[in-house]
Design a protein. Structure first.
Length: 430
């Protein structure tokens, strides 16, 4: 989708070139996208152009200069972010296509995202990620297995707690979606097409990834992106490359341990925890929460309650401009025989720490090098988990402060609190 007037980019485009031709570090956004597609073997491109579209056609031609086949659809009148999809089917040869926007820079392992889309048998898959300002962003609300349940637009009044999950503007789609777009009609992709499909129960999924996807629709964002491209930060997040993570325990590490936490009003951040996560977010390490929550197996609450507690945690962190790249929790407990227990969760499992199922699942999902990662927590269980997984280990002296006495283990690092731990662990990294 290479239309759009780019009013907010006028200082760069002078209204003489269309928005996707705005240079980022000396090269048009659209050309950067094309290079990225060609590197990944995606060679067939359809450019949907509008305002000043002839400039795009002059530059890219039939695509042969870029090693691509490029064809064009011209919008005579603006059709919004999805109206042109009605004209796409005659140009599609396969069952699946990527939908990209001309003001979004990305460095993404697209094959990985397409495999997710195919496994889910989705009609559309949205690339989603947490961001540093969820309070004024449009949010995607997911149910089980990453299925999109609804969109929470920023024009709504957002009350209560919410998960920090934002649509980044990059899609894999089944060609069948085009038949849901009326001809010659202005259609908004998220507010009309996708919202309508979700309401009618269509299989729309969210692909969560820490990879670099950035809307560069303002001059300020272009300048930030230039720095992120040139420093290698954007490329380093591509999941083809090995990632590093900090695996954070929850109760007693990120939030205050007040006995068991099974209602959201019991959750309160440890002092300095948001600042510590900010250091992780800026370091290039992924911030991944891994927590045992036997409160579900004990019958104190349901998985939905744990989800709500995590929504509160994400809301509080989001207000501070920081985020967790993912959250894993184990709802199980192995010992049966308590009166209130929930027998479905009273099972031995691979995810309960110090077993390493959660760390292994995160490593598989995000291509994490465990030996270059850290496990941080307030108990010997956390330290034993890190040792079992082959990560570095750090004990914080908040919460149980290592006095749980379950395992006879030595952490590599002991720190008064999470912020001190993180500053010591990540010293010298970006
Ligand atoms: Zn488990």
């Amino acid at each position: 989708m290479a239309g759009g007037k780019g009013t907010r980019l006028r200082a760069i485009t002078n209204d003489e070139i269309p928005k996707p031709m705005a240079p980022v570090a000396g090269k048009p956004i659209l050309e950067r996208q094309m290079e990225h597609l060609r590197e990944q073997g995606i060679l067939d491109v359809v450019l949907i152009t509008g305002h000043l579209g002839e400039k795009i056609r002059e530059y890219f031609g039939d695509g042969s200069r870029f090693g691509l086949r490029i064809r064009y659809i011209t919008e005579e009148t603006p059709l919004g972010s999805a109206g042109a999809l009605s004209m796409l089917p005659p140009l599609l040869e396969g069952p699946t296509f990527l939908l990209l926007f001309g003001d979004v820079l990305f460095d993404v392992d697209l094959g990985r995202m397409v495999r997710f889309h195919e496994e889910k048998k989705a009609m559309a898959t949205l690339f989603v990620h947490p961001n540093g300002h969820p309070f004024d962003s449009d949010l995607v609300v997911c149910g089980e297995e990453s299925r999109v349940m609804r969109f929470d637009s920023k024009h709504n009044v957002r009350s209560g707690w919410y998960h920090n999950l934002v649509n980044a503007g990059l899609y894999v789609m089944d060609r069948g979606i085009c038949s849901h777009v009326p001809e010659n009609t202005k259609v908004d992709l998220e507010k009309e097409l996708l919202s309508g499909l979700v309401e009618r129960g269509a299989p729309i999924y969210a692909y969560r990834s820490p990879e670099y996807v950035k809307d560069v629709g303002t001059v300020e964002r272009i300048r930030a992106a230039e720095e992120e491209l040139e420093s290698g930060f954007a490329a380093s997040r591509n999941l083809k490359r090995r990632q590093k993570a900090v695996f954070l325990d929850r109760d007693g590490t990120v939030n205050v341990k007040n006995g068991l936490v099974y209602r959201e009003d019991q959750l309160e951040l440890e002092p300095g925890a948001a600042e510590a996560i900010r250091v992780i977010n800026r370091s290039g390490y992924l911030a991944i929460l891994t927590t045992n929550q036997p409160v579900v197996a004990r019958g104190l609450c349901q998985p939905e309650d744990v989800e709500r507690i995590h929504a509160k945690l994400e809301t509080l962190l989001g207000r501070e401009g920081v985020w967790l790249d993912d959250i894993f929790y184990c709802p199980h407990h192995p010992d049966k025989g308590y009166p209130e227990e929930n027998p479905a969760y009273k099972i031995p499992c691979r995810c309960r720490k110090p077993d390493i199922g959660m760390l292994e699942a995160a490593a598989a999902r995000y291509n994490i090098d465990l030996s270059a990662s850290w496990t941080v927590g307030d108990t010997t269980v956390d330290i034993q988990t890190g040792i079992n997984a082959g990560t570095h280990t750090a004990l914080v002296l908040t919460g149980d402060a290592g006095r749980d006495g379950k395992y006879d283990v030595q952490p590599e690092l002991v720190a008064d609190d999470l912020l001190t731990a993180v500053n010591t662990m990540l010293k010298g990294t970006r």
